[in-house]
Design a protein around this ligand. Structure first.
Ligand SMILES: Nc1nc2c(ncn2[C@@H]2O[C@H](COP(=O)(O)OP(=O)(O)O)[C@@H](O)[C@H]2O)c(=O)[nH]1
Ligand SMILES: [Mg+2]
Length: 797
């Protein structure tokens, strides 16, 4: 071991430090390299507890991870009874020993050091001799109490000659310690005992150990008997709290060799667990882990100093609480740091793969690290703190659990939505079947994900989220079905409209007695088509009987409304008049073969005219619901905003009258025209004119008949005329004749003008006045002007 200069207590030359260390395992003394073990002034002259104990334990004595695997012993006794000398011999420590020559008092207080190569901490209590320095009795009492409270073994060091001196300083102090001990730890009876190891020094051998120990025992019993015991502990025995052991050491100066071998033997009691007198028995253990000793011992010293009731179990609990918190905080900080990597992905809506096992592992590591250090402390406290830590870790992890659940929920809904969309796009798939299978699939997905992230030892639950998801899926499916159904119905409406519009328009363009029958047939056919379509879709949308029934009724009504709307559109005034006029014209101006009609004088014009007028207008007044296929009338049930009877009315009385008037006026024109054409064909030569013609022209007739030339001319003109008349081409002939006449007239006029112009040019020409031209012709060349003018003149002619 290295020499560690002690800052608190620099080595002083005249302090004899027994440097020769014995190997604990070998009874034979071997001289080794002198080593000075670092020691700590645990409680100084000012009665202050050192803040460095933890540093010494963790660093200088490397007991940091020793846990319970270490022991604590203390020595007390009158001043200068060779205590430090003995400890240095036994444990290889370097406590100050009073120099024989200087007789200088060693520094007061409690020193602590580790035994060389041993997991033993030993405290050297440097008291003053109470008999000499009365004022220090308080400190001695306190340090004795501190030693009893903290140590497993208390070595009581005394000279042989002090044995039996009941009034000696040691006995007086022991009395006080017992008394206070009883008050403070009385309740701890039988649970934690302290071993008092009496070491009788300078034993010369005249009085055997047995006698000495009996005397001491008797003294102790006497002291115990004389103690004023707290209530309820009147009958308690000294052995309820203490065990005793007695041993002697030879005179160091008179029998140095014997002294050394005695010391070696004594050391075995501290180092060899199989020694029958091994002192560190489990029943003496204070159950304070090495890393908590500074807190525990410091707490006890505090209580002693403030004179408060000292309660060891409470001290241990306090220690456990403090240490468990410290350990938990360290473990938790690492835990927190590790877990934080999942935060971002979860918050941004991702599903973290293997989150469950990862969380379990991180939590496991944290708990393990806590358990490793904290399990050594007070069991109850440790259990409580462990549960606290677990709760804290679980609370933190629960946020991740819930976040992941939320993301799983979202993903499940998306999957469900995608499945439904896909199903709706696929022809022939059944909505309800897809909904059910898809629901099962996404719920399984969610449950699997949720189960995987529910950690053991938690009361996390995903029931609520699962319920919400189920509800969400149900609502989503319903809404989606509604939406798709509406879409389908809209398409159906478009389909109906397409099927109705043109045929109804055509039917109405051809008004007549069969018109409504045709319209109703179109309507019935459209409804049948629509019904088939609905039946087909009913499977897809899982429509029940009632829903289907309702949709069919709606379909009929909708088709009806569309049909009547079309009828109304076609029945606006202008359209209606046009239709009527067309129909009338058709009936009136064309015959049954579709040929233009030529009215003959004995043709009946009035009846068809009246018939057309009187039949057609009222035909439009009301839709006739007679189904021509079935021959029966049908009706649609009225609803709040649909009145079947109302829908049948196409024209009101007033409009009927208005249209009748307008139509009459238009048809009157046709009528008049027809009449006029008849009058034109009817304009015949009166009979008397024929008679007059025969009477007056008889001679001319005979002259023609009898003269072959005239007859020939007459035949040449007459036969073609008759033929023309038969062929009904007289009109053409007339036209040709007129044209011929026109041309002939024109030619004659041209000839006449030419002749006149000639005559004019032969006469002397009068001087032309340039100013007679309009100013705009000034710029034009004379020739151009002439050509222009002559052509203009020609045109005007
Ligand atoms: N007679 C005798 N003197 C001893 C023995 N051990 C130590 N001494 C001497 O007693 C004096 C006081 O020793 P020290 O260890 O400082 O006593 P402490 O004050 O009890 O720690 C020193 O001068 C030692 O040499 C012993 O076993 N017998
Ligand atoms: Mg000493």
């Amino acid at each position: 071991m290295d020499i560690v200069p002690d800052v608190d207590h620099p080595l002083i030359d005249d302090h004899v430090v027994p440097d020769v260390i014995d190997s604990p395992s070998s009874p034979t003394k071997t001289v080794q390299t002198p080593t000075i073990l670092s020691r700590l002034h645990l409680i100084d002259e000012e009665q202050k507890f050192s803040a460095e104990l933890s540093t010494y334990i963790n660093e200088k004595w490397t007991l940091k991870d020793a846990g319970f695997n270490y022991n604590l012993a203390a020595i007390f006794g009158s001043q200068s009874t060779g205590k430090s000398t003995l400890l240095n011999r036994l444990f290889g420590t370097s406590f100050d020993v009073m120099s024989e020559s200087a007789r200088r008092q060693t520094t007061k207080g409690i020193w602590i050091s580790q035994g060389k190569d041993m997991k033993v901490l030993i405290m050297d209590v440097e008291g003053t001799d109470g008999r000499e320095r009365g004022e220090d009795q308080d400190f001695e009492r306190k340090s004795a109490l501190f030693s009893v409270a903290t140590s497993e073994v208390l070595i009581v060091n005394l000279w042989e000659h002090q044995v039996g001196l009941y009034n000696g300083a040691n006995m007086g102090l022991l009395k006080t310690v017992f008394e206070v001990n009883l008050q403070l730890f009385g309740g701890n009876r039988g649970k934690e005992k302290t071993l008092l190891l009496f070491v009788i020094r300078d034993h010369v051998g005249a009085t055997p150990l047995a006698n000495l120990s009996n005397t001491l025992k008797a003294d102790l019993e006497r002291i115990w008997h004389g103690l004023s015991k707290p209530e309820g502990l009147e009958d308690c025995k000294i052995t309820d709290y203490f065990d005793f052991m007695f041993t002697t050491l030879a005179h160091k100066l008179l029998q140095p060799e014997k002294f050394e071998s005695d010391v070696d033997q004594l050391r075995l009691r501290f180092t060899n667990p199989s020694d029958p007198n091994y002192v560190f028995q489990p029943q003496y253990s204070r159950r304070v882990p090495a890393d908590g000793l500074h807190f525990y011992a410091g707490g006890i010293w505090d209580k002693i100093m403030t004179n408060k009731d000292l309660d060891l179990p409470t001290q241990q609990e306090l220690l456990a609480q403090y240490r468990c918190d410290e350990i938990a905080n360290t473990a938790f900080a690492i835990f927190q740091d590790t877990i934080k990597e999942f935060r971002q992905p979860i918050e941004s809506g991702n599903i973290v793969e293997d989150l469950g096992p990862k969380m379990q592992e991180i939590r496991g590591v944290a708990m393990k690290s806590f358990d490793k250090d904290a399990s050594r402390y007070h069991a109850e406290v440790y259990k409580r703190k462990r549960s606290d830590m677990l709760t804290k870790a679980n609370t933190m992890l629960e946020a991740y659990f819930l976040g992941q659940l939320k993301n799983l929920h979202k993903k499940a809904v998306n999957m469900f939505s995608a499945n439904l969309q896909q199903a709706l796009r696929t022809e022939g798939s059944e909505f309800s079947v897809v909904v059910n299978s898809s629901k099962k699939e996404v719920l399984d997905y969610f449950l699997q994900g949720a189960k995987a992230i529910k950690l053991e030892e938690t009361e996390w639950s995903y029931d609520e989220e699962l319920y919400q998801l189920e509800q969400g899926l149900k609502d989503f499916a319903t809404a989606q079905r509604e939406k798709e159904l509406n879409k389908m119905l809209n398409n159906l409406e478009k389909h109906l409209r397409k099927e109705l519009d043109e045929p109804v328009g055509l039917a109405l363009n051809n008004p007549g007695p069969g018109m409504w029958g045709r319209v109703i047939t179109i309507y019935q056919r459209t409804v049948e088509d629509g019904e088939q379509l609905l039946h087909k879709k009913a499977r897809t949308f899982d429509l029940n009987q009632d829903e289907q029934g309702e949709l069919l009724i709606n379909l009929r009504r909708q088709a009806w409304v569309l049909m009547t709307k079309k009828v109304q559109e076609e029945s606006v005034d202008g359209m209606m008049l046009l239709k009527l006029r067309n129909r009338f014209e058709e009936k009136f101006r064309y015959d049954e073969h579709g040929l233009p009609r030529v009215w003959k004088p004995d043709d009946d014009i009035d009846t068809p005219f009246r018939k057309a007028r009187d039949e057609l207008v009222p035909l439009f007044a009301k839709i006739n619901t007679l189904d021509p296929a079935k021959g029966e009338k049908f009706e649609l049930e009225p609803t709040e905003d649909f009145d079947f009877d109302q829908s049948l009315k196409v024209l009101s009385e007033t409009r009927q009258q208005e249209i009748t008037t307008k139509f009459k006026r238009e048809s009157d024109a046709f009528y008049l025209e027809a009449k006029r054409s008849v009058v034109a064909t009817q304009a015949k030569v009166p009979y008397w004119v024929g008679v007059a013609l025969i009477v007056l022209g008889w001679n001319e007739f005979l002259a023609v008949i009898t003269n072959p030339l005239y007859l020939m001319v007459a035949a040449m003109v007459g036969v073609p005329m008759v033929a023309m008349w038969y062929l009904d081409m007289l009109g053409l002939v007339e036209t040709i004749a007129w044209k011929v006449y026109d041309q002939g007239y024109k030619l004659a006029m041209d000839k006449l003008k030419e002749t006149m112009d000639k005559r004019e040019t032969e006469k002397p020409q009068p001087q032309r006045q340039p100013q007679q031209y309009p100013p705009r012709y000034d710029s034009i060349s004379k020739d151009e002007g002439d050509i222009e003018l002559s052509s203009l003149d020609k045109k005007s002619q």
